[in-house]
Design a protein around this ligand. Structure first.
Ligand code: GLP
Length: 241
């Protein structure tokens, strides 16, 4: 694991965007694995700037998002579809057919999930996967007690995750209790992984991910077994390292 310590959120965002941009410059038809949440918003803003400066081009790029809430349609303002459109896709020249996000309203979950993994494989695999991390060490929506061998699947959300994500919803009742998520197996097959974490609330999860034992209770700890993981952390998130 490569630990990249930065002073603050802005520096974390810039470093992550530079890594994605370099990947896109090296391979015009790169396959990007994308994340949602508060953490990568700054990185998306930086990528839009780099795009506006004409240094990168999204026209041949393919994207696969990590996850989507089960039960939320694409136009729901809390869905990850909506997030991606409004934080990145509408500002760059992505082709809509190259954007892949799991459907939260599929009536055939199994097929939706296996098709997703199949499509990632057919596209040549993910060149660079961006990850955030939950306070409980989840990646994507792979919650504690995860099966490390699972591909994309439906997950029941952990109490802690429902609590932290309730900030985006009007009430606790509205927070979806399940989601479709790329599995650990799928994430581990990415060629390069970039995990971003900022703020003290993530310090314990980062400590366990980097220094703890590899166990399903800390889903991100499995990343210790990947040969190209870069963890960009600000001072607060790196506090316990
Ligand atoms: C969400 C997402 C994750 C994200 C995590 C942290 O539940 N499914 O992909 O990394 O929570 O979110 P945030 O960046 O808002 O702290």
């Amino acid at each position: 694991m490569r630990i990249i310590r930065v002073d603050n959120y802005e520096e974390m965002s810039k470093k992550a965007a530079s890594m994605v941009a370099s990947q896109m410059i090296l391979k015009h038809d790169s396959v990007l694995g994308l994340a949602t949440g508060d953490t990568p918003i700054g990185m998306y803003k930086e990528l839009i700037k780099i795009y506006n400066d004409k240094e990168i081009d999204f026209s041949d790029v393919k994207t696969f998002n990590l996850d989507e809430y089960y039960g939320l349609s694409d136009d729901n303002h809390e869905s990850y579809h909506y997030y991606m459109m409004n934080n990145l896709f509408k500002y760059v020249n992505m082709k809509s057919e190259n954007i892949n996000i799991l459907s939260g309203v599929t009536d055939n979950i199994e097929e939706e999930c296996s098709n997703y993994d199949e499509k990632i494989k057919r596209s040549g695999g993910i060149d660079i996967q961006i990850l955030g991390i939950g306070v409980n060490g989840h990646i994507g929506f792979n919650e504690p007690s995860v099966n490390f061998e699972a591909g994309t699947h439906l997950v029941e959300l952990d109490k802690k995750t429902i609590e932290s994500n309730s900030r985006f919803f009007k009430s606790m009742d509205e927070v979806p209790k399940s989601a479709l998520s790329m599995g650990i197996k799928t994430i581990m097959q990415s060629k390069v992984i970039v995990l971003l974490a900022n703020g003290e609330a993530k310090a314990e999860a980062i400590y366990k991910t980097v220094k703890g034992k590899i166990c399903p209770e800390v889903p991100a700890s499995i990343l210790q077994l990947h040969n190209n993981v870069n963890i960009i952390v600000d001072e607060a998130a790196a506090k316990l390292l």
